[in-house]
Design a protein around this ligand. Structure first.
Ligand code: CAA
Length: 385
């Protein structure tokens, strides 16, 4: 069987960042609660001219520059932060990237899980048409109400993945474990720009979904825990990966090396929650910070509240390590402009007025910007950046 999987991947985030120490000092919380208790240092925050389209296109642009557009016939955008009830965000991204008309473009939604559905759909398409390539983009802005328990677990970012036959990074193995359960742990009603969440229930639901997906993987004839070198997890906050790993080791009755928890959390600690992109930001961090994974099996646990989860595995390709990628991600993270708490709160509270034309202020230095709304339609441009 032709190996199919992630050939190349790139991460993008926002113009702004809020340090969680700054937030803790402003709201009278011990900064260690955020740093150690939930395992977060910073959270990305979009400027008014940034959204999932600008981040998603920014993540995908270098992939196209490195690999060309030849063979791309499918563009899948996975997000919880949909911008329109009808139009797929990928259609704007398709135009911004200058992709040809001969592309099928669609948006996938199931909270933070949808990027994994997109990746599996890509693998399915390529099993039939291995000469093609699929561009998968996961992009989200995680927003909770100001002063709520969820506030320090916000964030924003995008991961773009080029999926192909004979991939240079990770081959996705054919067997995976899946799990669906109707649970009201986290959702976002149509009239709300922030999520509704029951924090304690969401943690329990995540851990139950993990064991459910693991049991299904075992029932499908998946690999033993002992043959998985590292596991990366969906990370609403990085402490969640630790809780997950402990639960899985107890449930499956085995040891899992703890090393991957730290390396797989390097980017997530600084991005905050990126919903659909979170698991793949963790995979990027693992590949960028461990040099010895060629030929080894990695596990990926994808969780989307509500809930749908999947435990899949992949084999890391020889020659996957690329120090330039790690350097690029650090530059992107370091380039973010820090916000004071008052500025963050004002930005958070700003909502676009409904039904009128709007021009956004020019803030982002990213290659694409959201310029505003005309005749109720969102407008974008490529900048010189
Ligand atoms: N020093 C060190 N640690 C401290 C501390 C201090 N001074 N003070 C508290 N802590 C620790 C606590 O002991 C606790 O650790 P454990 O979980 O290991 O017991 C941790 O910090 C958090 O403390 P609390 O439980 O008191 O925190 P909280 O009530 O303020 O809320 C939260 C935490 C539930 C994660 C909340 O931020 C939240 O609701 N976040 C959004 C929901 C979420 O992310 N859920 C995750 C699963 S759902 C999912 O994965 C989908 C998704 O992306 C949303």
């Amino acid at each position: 069987m032709t190996p199919i999987g992630i050939h190349d991947l790139e991460l993008a985030t926002t113009h702004h960042v809020l340090s969680l120490t700054t937030l803790a000092e402003a709201n009278g919380t011990d900064p260690d609660k955020y740093r150690l208790g939930i395992g977060q240092d910073e959270m990305s925050m979009p400027a008014p001219d940034e959204d999932i389209v600008t981040m998603g296109a920014a993540a995908a642009l270098p992939l196209l520059e490195r690999n060309g557009i030849e063979g791309i016939r499918t563009l899948l955008v996975a997000t919880e932060s949909g911008l329109d009830q009808s139009k797929a965000a990928g259609v704007w991204i398709h135009q911004l990237l200058g992709l040809p008309a001969g592309v099928r473009t669609v948006e996938l939604k199931q909270a933070c899980y949808s990027a994994t559905a997109a990746l599996q759909a890509a693998v399915g398409i390529l099993s039939r048409s291995p000469q093609e390539k699929v561009l998968v983009i996961a992009a989200d802005v995680a927003r909770y109400e100001l002063d709520s328990p969820g506030e320090p677990t916000q964030g924003a970012g995008a991961v773009a993945m080029l999926v192909s036959a004979n991939p240079a990074l990770v081959e996705i193995e054919p067997v995976s474990g899946v799990h669906t359960a109707d649970v009201d742990d986290f959702w976002r009603p149509n009239d709300s720009s922030t999520a509704v969440v029951d924090g304690a229930l969401s943690i329990r639901a995540y851990l139950d979904a993990l064991t459910g997906a693991w049991d299904d993987l075992a029932a499908q004839g998946g690999p033993d825990l002992g043959s998985i070198e590292r596991i990366v997890y969906h990370q609403p906050f990085t402490k969640m990966a630790k809780k997950a790993q402990q639960r899985l080791a107890r449930h499956a009755g085995g040891e899992i090396a703890a090393d991957g928890l730290e390396t797989g959390s390097v980017y997530n600690r600084r991005l905050g929650n990126t919903y659909a992109a979170s698991l793949y930001a963790s995979l990027a961090a693992l590949l960028d910070h461990e040099q010895d994974l060629a030929g080894k099996r990695v596990g990926l646990f994808s969780y989307g509240s509500g809930s749908v989860s999947e435990f899949l595995t992949g084999i890391v390709a020889p020659g996957y390590a690329d120090s330039a990628r790690a350097r690029r991600v650090l530059e992107v993270l370091d380039a973010r402009v820090p916000l004071e708490v008052a500025e963050y709160r004002e930005l958070h509270a700003t909502e676009l007025p409904s039904g009128v034309d709007v021009q956004t202020p020019r803030v982002t230095k990213a290659p694409f910007r959201f310029t505003g709304i005309q005749g109720r339609a969102r407008q974008y441009e490529r900048t010189s950046g």
